[in-house]
Structures are given as structure tokens and as C-alpha cells.
Design a binder for this molecule. Structure first.
Ligand code: AHR
Length: 508
């Protein structure tokens, strides 16, 4: 028998703003993420605008992508930006050392990335090369992108087709410097970050916000060291020395991937999985909450005012790819939608500290929003969740207390229902509610405190099976549909969520 879930929606106790950048994306030169997924070239028969495919741009525009992180990932620490500017027929024909030694023509470089962003209306988050680059190379890139037109870097940019500077609000100072980005200890990276931070800036437009490499998953010692040693210009002066508490970092990153196997060598299949594969993946995705809470608690000790953002700049469901597919290509199933719904709810709930998140990766790689095959394109169930949840961007977080039965499968145990809420500037309240149980519907009773709304509607995404997937050339099985029997009487909302579903409730 389905047990009831009770929600206490505290619209009378509004929280912080949900940064739109929580709905950010990540794209890397990897597999078919950039080449084919975004860039097809001006001469391609695939409809494009200056080489960038129109279907992908249209799909991404619809979900209001706020920010895109590029060019990596591991690739960022072997990328030399000069290879990617100037006439395309003269660009360096490189090899992608990070991802299988495949050729990289450099046809997609700084100008093409900025053009792509302009076409979809997103901001850049550029990761500079720390691992195999230099402070000089990174600073030169910032000059090239942001220096005024009447400077030599500005003239070089204009000679390549862009006179006015670009706004570059977010700079990633390396990537995973504890691993592929340089194999550094936390102490070494903290010192390296301080060195880069002393030179990296925007030469026009908004001040650059530096994002330091943060922890992998539960490496709390890394967070501790970075906060202690690299948060401000002079963190540990002697008693007589000059104290300089100006922040060095705007944000500290966190990388966390979900899989369904036992470890990185055994991530579990992304298609044809069973109930254990469903439960293990959702159990791991649900851990995001505790991970963020623990990293935030460390940050709170150094930064009680929460001026430094936690930027979850790589997250997503990373299962084993099927044989014969391009690097890290994953088919997309209902499980991905549920993982996205749970993860984004958790980021919303931690909006006081989490100011940015970037799903890995936008097109054709890991947990994509869009998949392409030659001229064909499909949107994934993850895309639908981003589309439903876009109402949270920039809205005020509304706390919700949840009393839900547990969903149990083998050794996995987690609350059946996962929720976040927000109120938009027009006063409309939104609740995004995930039912993680693959079999049991969730009857929900929500008590609304401080809500003036009088009508409630809901849209829900589910599918026939836990591993229903999106397929090229077939109807999309994930289009959300109107949920029936959503009732609002006085301050009480009742409804029944389908099993294995993601639902957005709108109360106006
Ligand atoms: O997203 C794929 C890879 O995962 C990234 O390049 C790297 O930063 C992480 O390990």
C-alpha cells in the first residue's frame, strides 16, 4: 500500500536566490561533444549558422542555458588557445592527448565558442590551462578576449573578426589539478592558484570571477586546505604584517559523478539495467546532499558570510558506454531524468552556498541534454527536466520539510520523495518533486504556509519502464503530461505522483 508523503512548504520563510548558473552546462573537446555535436562547419549539409548546428542551438535556447564551461575537463590542461584562433585553414592540426589521441582540427576555438554562446544567450566560463600551460599564456588569453579594441591584444582579436571585447565573467583556474590537471597535492595547487590569481583578470567588462579547483567527491581535506590557504590574498599574516582579506577566489569547485556499479572500474550499464542498477544510481545521486553539506560546513568555518561559492562544475550520471559508441557516449533513459531531478533539487536547496553547477556534458557525452547522430538530433529526458526546472532560475528558494516513506531495494535505502521549491518574481510558487520509487505511486499532501495562490497545476515526466530510452527517429516518450487530480483547498495541496517520475507543480 502506498504510504503518504507530507510536505511543509514554508513560503513564509523565503531563502536565498537560486542562482540561474545552477542550471549551467559543461562542454569539452571529447568524443562527439564539440565536433559534430556543436560544430559541423560552414560547408556542412547539416543546417548551421557560421558552422554551429541550428538544431542544437534551438534546443539549448529553449532550456535557457545560463553559462557554459569550456574547453574542459582534462582537455583544458593541455589546450593551447592560440591554436584555436586565426584563419581556420591555418590552425594547428592537433591531437587530443586527454581523450584517446584523436585529431583536433582546432576549428572550434575561442571565436566559435563565443559565437555559440551568443547564439544561445549563455555566458562563458573559460577554463585556463594550468597543468601544461603558464601564467603568461593564461593572462595572454584573458587579454585577447577582454582587452579594449585600442590595445594590441584587441587589435589581434579584431584582425580575427571581433573588434569589441567579450565579457568573460567566469575563469576556471585549471581542472582536477589533483588528477589529470597536474597530479598536485592540495598544498601545491593552493600555491599555484594563488600565483595564477595574482595575474588573472578581465581587462574590460565585468570583473573576472575565479573558480579554483576543488575537491573530488568526499575529499574534505582538499576543501580545508584551499579555504585555509587560498581564499584571500593574505590568509595567515604574522602579527605585524599587512593583512589583506580581499577574496582571491569567487568559487571553489566540486566534482561528483553518479554511477550504478561498485566503483569507477564498474560503473554499471546505462541501458538494460535492472532494479539494483536503478537503486544504486539513485542512492549515489542522493548522496549529493550530504556531500554538499559537509563541504559547506568546512567552508562556513573560513567564510561564515558565504561569500565564496561552491561551484559543482562537473556532475552527472556516468555509466559504462556500450561497445562501438564514441568516447563517453551514453544513451539516455528515464533513470537520467530522475537523477537530474534529484540533483537539481539538492542544488536548489543549497542555494545559499551553491551558486553554479555544470552538468557533464551538454551534447553526446555522459549525461547529455542533446544527442546527435549525423544530421539527426534528439533531446534527452535530462533536457526535459532542465526545461521543467528552468522556472527556478533566479527565483527565491522556498524551504520544504519532507516526511516521506523510504524507498528500499537491497542494501539501498533513501526517501521515496525528493523536493525543492521556489517563488518567482511574479509570486508564482513552484515545487519540483521526484518520486524515486520505480513501482509505488506517491500520494502527497502539501501544507502551504504563506502562499496566496489559488490554483495548482502539475506536469509530470515518467515512462513505461525504468530503462525506457530516447531513440532516434521515434516519438519522444518523455514529453511531460498534465497530472490529473491536483487539488488545492485552502492551504492544502493533494495529488498522487506516478511511480518513477519528475513533477513540476505550479501554484498561482
Ligand atoms: O567529464 C569527463 C571528465 O571527467 C573531465 O574531463 C574530467 O574533469 C573529469 O574527470
Amino acid at each position: 500500500l502506498a504510504q503518504q508523503t507530507t510536505l511543509l512548504v514554508h513560503a513564509d520563510r523565503p531563502g536565498p536566490q537560486i542562482a540561474p548558473e545552477i542550471y549551467g552546462q559543461f562542454v569539452e573537446h571529447l568524443g562527439r561533444g564539440v565536433y559534430e555535436g556543436i560544430w559541423v562547419g560552414e560547408d556542412s549539409p547539416i543546417p548551421n549558422t557560421r558552422g554551429i548546428r541550428n538544431d542544437v542551438v534551438a534546443a539549448l535556447k529553449q532550456v535557457k542555458v545560463p553559462v557554459i564551461r569550456w574547453p574542459g575537463g582534462c582537455f583544458a590542461d593541455s589546450y593551447h588557445w592560440r591554436n584555436g584562433v586565426g584563419p581556420r585553414d591555418r590552425r594547428a592540426q592537433e591531437i587530443n592527448a586527454s581523450w584517446g589521441g584523436k585529431p583536433d582540427t582546432n576549428a572550434f576555438g575561442t571565436h566559435e565558442f563565443m559565437d555559440f554562446l551568443g547564439q544561445i544567450g549563455a555566458q562563458p566560463f573559460v577554463s585556463v590551462n594550468v597543468g601544461s600551460g603558464s601564467v603568461q599564456e593564461a593572462d595572454d588569453w584573458m587579454r585577447y578576449m577582454t582587452a579594449p579594441a585600442d590595445s594590441d591584444p584587441g587589435r589581434a582579436r579584431a584582425a580575427n573578426g571581433r573588434a569589441s571585447p567579450w565579457a568573460v565573467p567566469y575563469i576556471g583556474v585549471g581542472n582536477e589539478s589533483w588528477g589529470c590537471g597536474g597530479n598536485m597535492t592540495a598544498e601545491t595547487y593552493a600555491a599555484t592558484f594563488r600565483h595564477y590569481a595574482a595575474f588573472l583578470r578581465s581587462y574590460s567588462g565585468p570583473a573576472a570571477r575565479l573558480i579554483a579547483v576543488g575537491a573530488d567527491t568526499d575529499d574534505y581535506a582538499w576543501t580545508e586546505t584551499m579555504m585555509a590557504r587560498a581564499m584571500t590574498w593574505r590568509p595567515d599574516p604574522t602579527p605585524l604584517a599587512y593583512i589583506d582579506r580581499r577574496p582571491l577566489m569567487w568559487g571553489l569547485s566540486l566534482h561528483f559523478y553518479t554511477f550504478a556499479g561498485n566503483d569507477w572500474q564498474d560503473k554499471g550499464r546505462n541501458v538494460g539495467f535492472d532494479r539494483t542498477g536503478w537503486a544504486k544510481a539513485l542512492g549515489r545521486a542522493s548522496l549529493t546532499d550530504a556531500l554538499i553539506a559537509k563541504h559547506s560546513a568546512i567552508m562556513d568555518r573560513y567564510d561564515p558570510g558565504k561569500t565564496v561559492a561552491l561551484a559543482v562544475d562537473e556532475w552527472g550520471a556516468w555509466f559504462a558506454s556500450e561497445p562501438g559508441t564514441s568516447a563517453l557516449y551514453l544513451d539516455s533513459t528515464l533513470r537520467d531524468a530522475v537523477i537530474a531531478g534529484v540533483s537539481l533539487n539538492i542544488f536548489n536547496r543549497h542555494a545559499d552556498r551553491v551558486k553554479m553547477a555544470n552538468v557533464a556534458q551538454m551534447v553526446n557525452v555522459i549525461q547529455s541534454l542533446v544527442l546527435t547522430r549525423g544530421a539527426d538530433m534528439v533531446v534527452t529526458p535530462t533536457w526535459h527536466v532542465f526545461d521543467l526546472y528552468k522556472v527556478h532560475q533566479g527565483a527565491t528558494m522556498i524551504p520544504v520539510d519532507v516526511a516521506a516513506p523510504d524507498y528500499v531495494e537491497g542494501k539501498e535505502r533513501m526517501p521515496q520523495v525528493n523536493v525543492s521549491g521556489s517563488r518567482d518574481p511574479q509570486g508564482v510558487l513552484h515545487l519540483s518533486i521526484v518520486n524515486l520509487d520505480p513501482d509505488r505511486p506517491a500520494p502527497v499532501r502539501a501544507l502551504l504556509a504563506g502562499v496566496a495562490g489559488r490554483t495548482a497545476t502539475a506536469e509530470t515526466l515518467t515512462a513505461a519502464r525504468i530503462d525506457t530510452r530516447v531513440e532516434f527517429g521515434k516519438p519522444d516518450p518523455f514529453v511531460p503530461r498534465r497530472l490529473q487530480d491536483v487539488r488545492l483547498a485552502s492551504d492544502t495541496l493533494t495529488m498522487t505522483l506516478p511511480a518513477r517520475s519528475v513533477t513540476l507543480v505550479t501554484i498561482r
